[in-house]
Ligand binder design. Structure first.
Ligand code: 5AD
Ligand code: SF4
Length: 443
């Protein structure tokens, strides 16, 4: 590689999950500390970080086509310095380096605190790859948090030891690690001082978080939520994503006791059929999952439920798929995410017999999504007439319109004299499938 000028501006493009959004923000903060400014919208950036996702479908191809567009002048006039970060970097770093000479650095999700050094390398004409997974080294090396949107993410736990047979996460994000309690409470306070009204605690298996408080007593998620709820100017707490195996009594109780903990739970079930669940190496059954939900609903009757589903896992029969429709009918999710099974290289399911044909998966996905849309609409219809707090997050498309979130994570649009970051009271007066219309009551 040729020597090149040090980048003055950057852009981070994050794909995939909320943790990537969080990582993207933290990479940005670190680059700013290095004196590199975020490129204004529509302007060329000297450095582009592609923060990639590997969870489903053609992730790597997407990265190569993005790289092509960046170097061929389709995304911006001048070809930038390119960094590939995130889970594709972790899984296919070496290959990307070999195939794409335009890429200056490949950095895995646990190593991005080393970006500044890699940028220095690139400036002096050296390419670098770093896909090490040192536990927690990244977080202590990142700068403090100074700016925050009203709704902020906070990664408390990373990695996964569950090894669902379809999933790459245990390989790309590594083993489960929990960030230390004190560091999390500090980061939460910083976010609140920087303007956050709502914090969403993030982890691939967020409820598997464990730690010790200041006096050395061991804590789980429930204890951490209580500590963060004690921050006076923080109004709302959410967490995502949970595995049914990690939901303990203490956590269930907090949903009934901590009013700042919002009445919303994302708890993926993946399938409603016990044979498929077993083949997926999920440790729950349809029945144990439903029982668990009952316990949550007993302490928080208005809890909105969300989930993830995979259709067409290898060997899934029509009748087994019907069980997924049946569990959806039973739960009545307020919203959910559903996917066609996608074989991930290196996972056990990728080499299982009886891969389901694409047309079959397409048809199943359409039927499942029709049910999920029906339930989302019904949930929103049932909200009409409720008065609730809405956290104002941004301006809407129309003049004078604002967008915010209800406690149940519904998007609410309304007009009125408010500002981003306000917690306002609104009556929900109109329901679409994806959003609700509200009437401002106060301020
Ligand atoms: N194919 C399809 N969907 C998948 N997910 C994870 N791995 C796969 C895969 N190989 C889905 C699961 C998970 C969500 C984040 O992505 O539903 O909960
Ligand atoms: Fe993947 Fe299963 Fe871990 Fe979720 S719990 S990240 S689906 S292996």
């Amino acid at each position: 590689m040729k020597q090149t000028a040090a980048p003055k501006t950057y852009r981070v493009k994050s794909f995939g999950c909320q943790m990537n959004v969080y990582d993207g923000e933290r990479m940005g903060e670190m680059l700013q500390q290095e004196g590199i400014a975020e490129a204004a919208e529509g302007e060329d950036a000297d450095l582009v970080v592609l923060n990639t996702c590997h969870i489903r479908e053609k992730a790597a191809e997407k990265v190569y086509s993005d790289i092509g567009r960046l170097t061929k002048g389709k995304t911006q006039k001048k070809a930038p310095m390119i960094a590939v970060a995130g889970c594709v970097a972790q899984a296919e770093g070496e290959e990307i380096m070999a195939r794409s000479p335009a890429v200056s650095m490949v950095v895995g999700p646990q190593a991005y605190h080393r970006l500044p050094a890699m940028i220095d390398n690139a400036v002096s004409g050296k390419r670098s790859t770093d896909t090490d997974m040192p536990a927690d080294a990244k977080f202590s090396a990142l700068p403090q948090r100074r700016k925050s949107a009203p709704s902020a993410f906070l990664t408390i736990q990373e990695g996964c030891d569950k090894f669902c047979t379809y999933c790459v996460v245990p390989y790309t994000r590594g083993a489960e690690i929990s960030r230390p309690y004190a560091a999390l409470v500090d980061e939460a306070k910083m976010l609140v001082e920087a303007g956050a009204k709502e914090i969403t605690l993030l982890g691939q298996n967020v409820s598997a978080w464990t730690g010790e408080d200041d006096r050395g007593r061991s804590l789980g998620m429930a204890g951490l939520i209580r500590a963060i709820a004690a921050i006076p100017d923080l109004a709302r707490i959410r967490y995502t994503t949970s595995h049914p195996a990690d939901m303990d009594d203490a956590l269930i109780e907090t949903h009934g006791e901590i009013s700042k903990l919002m009445p919303y739970l994302h708890l993926p079930v993946q399938s409603g059929n016990n044979r498929i669940l077993k083949a997926m190496n999920r440790s729950h059954t349809a029945e144990s999952y439903l029982k668990l939900l009952q316990r949550f609903r007993a302490v928080r009757p208005d809890l909105a439920l969300s989930g993830d589903f995979i259709v067409g896992f290898p060997g899934e029969t029509d009748a087994e798929f019907e069980d997924t429709l049946a569990i959806v009918d039973e739960v009545r999710y307020s919203q959910a995410y559903s996917f066609k099974y996608s074989p991930r290289p290196g996972t056990p399911a990728a080499t299982m017999d009886d891969q389901v044909p694409l047309e079959v998966m397409d048809e199943r996905l359409q039927r499942l999504q029709a049910s999920l849309r029906r339930d989302q609409q019904a949930f929103n219809d049932a909200s009409i007439g409720k008065t609730c707090e809405v956290l104002v997050e941004r301006k809407g498309k129309r003049e004078g319109q604002w967008l915010g979130k209800s406690p149940w994570l519904q998007s609410v649009h309304f007009t009125g004299d408010v500002a981003i970051g306000d917690l306002v009271t609104a009556e929900l007066i109109q329901a679409g499938q994806q959003s609700l219309g509200g009437r401002l009551i106060s301020p």
